[in-house]
Design a protein around this ligand. Sequence first.
Ligand code: ZN
Length: 649
Amino acid sequence: MTITEISRLIEDRVHSSRMLGSNKSLVLHGGGNTSVKVKERNLVGEEEDILYVKGSGWDLETITADGFSPVRLDHLKKMAGLERLTDSEMLNEMVTHQTRATAPAPSVEAVLHAIIPYRYVDHTHADAVVAISNSVNGDELLREIYGDTVMYVPYIMPGFDLSRLCAVLFEKEPLAGKKGIILLHHGVFTYGDTAGESYDRMIELVDKAEQYLAKRRASAEPVKITERTSVTPLDLCIFRKQISAAAGFPVIIKRATDNKSMDFCNREDVTIISQQGPATPDHVIRTKRLPLVGRDIDKFVNAYKNYFAQHALTARNPISMLDPAPRVALDPCFGVCAIGKTVKDANIIADIYEHTIDIILSATSLGGYSALPAKDIFDVEYWELEQAKLKKGNAAPPFTGEIALVTGAASGIGKACVFSLLARGATVIGVDINPSVKDISANAAYHGIVTDLTSDDGIKIAADQAVLLFGGLDMLVLNAGMFPESKTVAELDYEKWQRVLQLNLDVNFRLLQNAYPYLKNAPKGGRVVIVGSKNVAAPGPGASAYSVSKAALNQLARVAAMEWGKDGIRINSVHPNAVFDTGIWTEEILRARAQHYGLTVDEYKKNNILKTEIKSSDVGELVAELCGAIFSKTTGAQVPIDGGNDRVI
Ligand code: ZN
């Protein structure tokens, strides 16, 4: 084949892989895999058969040509004939027979792709097919739907075992004339001479299953909707603290509270239908085998330990237990809770479980949902290669799983604090009256809330939303404030004085009060950072309201530090000065101020002992560090960030 022919084949492969990947009812988050076989000339001029197969870690929805691993086809075919092969041996053989050193490790199903004698091969975990397969008489129903147009393969551990079994079956019963392979309790394979043929067969097979389900589900009884109770944020916070303790790290909880999710959590039979197992074994890595129903975390942890103890005895290799915390919780009040280390993880779990609910309900309408036995799921959960990933360890950023709230986040120091916290792995909620707070970051771990903190509602919304959105509150950065125009004490009108004290002091007092019960339940201890001012130590004329409000806020922080130390909450203040890269300081104002002091703008910006410019980002970094390990034994402290000021020193 010419290089152009090969790249056209791969292009087609990428295109239809993405089409499969974009259909969430076929594959979810890294699930499924595809391949194409080509003839390629190597460096010494020999023509070789090469299997381009999806690399692990790539998602079909976003895969590019680089995501496919080129592996020598003949060697893969020979591997299918071996008596036994451990996972690490299989991986070693695949990786050492790649023709591109920088390629990702091939999918664990590469050997099966190799032995299917068609150019294109597609594999999905289509919802409709697994729903039918996981119903009480699934095998018979599938035969009723597909007859002898497909090959049926009984469930066996994915990877080498599955490939070996298929190699034996293909000898007895050729694939020619069949449209695909149904892997019971697992998924579907299709194949074809063109990418389109394989894709069309996948859609055709899945369509048949979907039509069958639609017919049966239409006659199923509707679910009784029970009345909803509203969520108390503190209950959710305590729930998160307990799960975090079981996991050994702080977790994010994303809740689904749409009608379907709430109905599922409130079904009378939820403790039965949700306790059968995942829809396809692959999902166990994300969701664990079973969700927690209700809030008894100790009971869940004990059951998980028993499950591990029971199956570890017959495991293929020595294994160590994963953390025993649930990844999905079904609560009649909280809804479907997806529990992850990060927002991204939680979102993936939420997606998988949303599809799992559909599958369970479909299978229930067919007479009952019945997943694979626990032992089969355990084998995938404790797969050797998965264990290897764990052993590599992960250098997660320090605030992974923790939730921070920053006030006045739309610009300046507040915005900088958001970025410094996000960079350390925190999930961040930015609050501001300015609507642009919604758009300061596209990171999934960021959420902006537009609210007026001087209203009763605003304060409640700010504190409660962090908990309702992500499960808790670990860090609070009190930054919102105002700096009014210069007025002497004699000139300043009382109303203005009150407004400054309300925003700079009262709002923060109330936020602290509202956040206290949540901070008290932070898994690693609550932290508060107050953005004060140089004016606390060194006030200036014309800034009475501002200086007084910041000094009073500082005093409030010191008292709270003394009162809340017993709850593990640390409260520290930073005192910035002369931070000019904020919205208030235009070039014009800067020039005028500099002129007033007989300085150039640059001299004016660096008018401090260190002759250095202080930027918002410098303050953001200090605020984030104060929440971190270096300051874990510091509370009630005040740290200037002003380049050194002789009046403060
Ligand atoms: Zn699979």
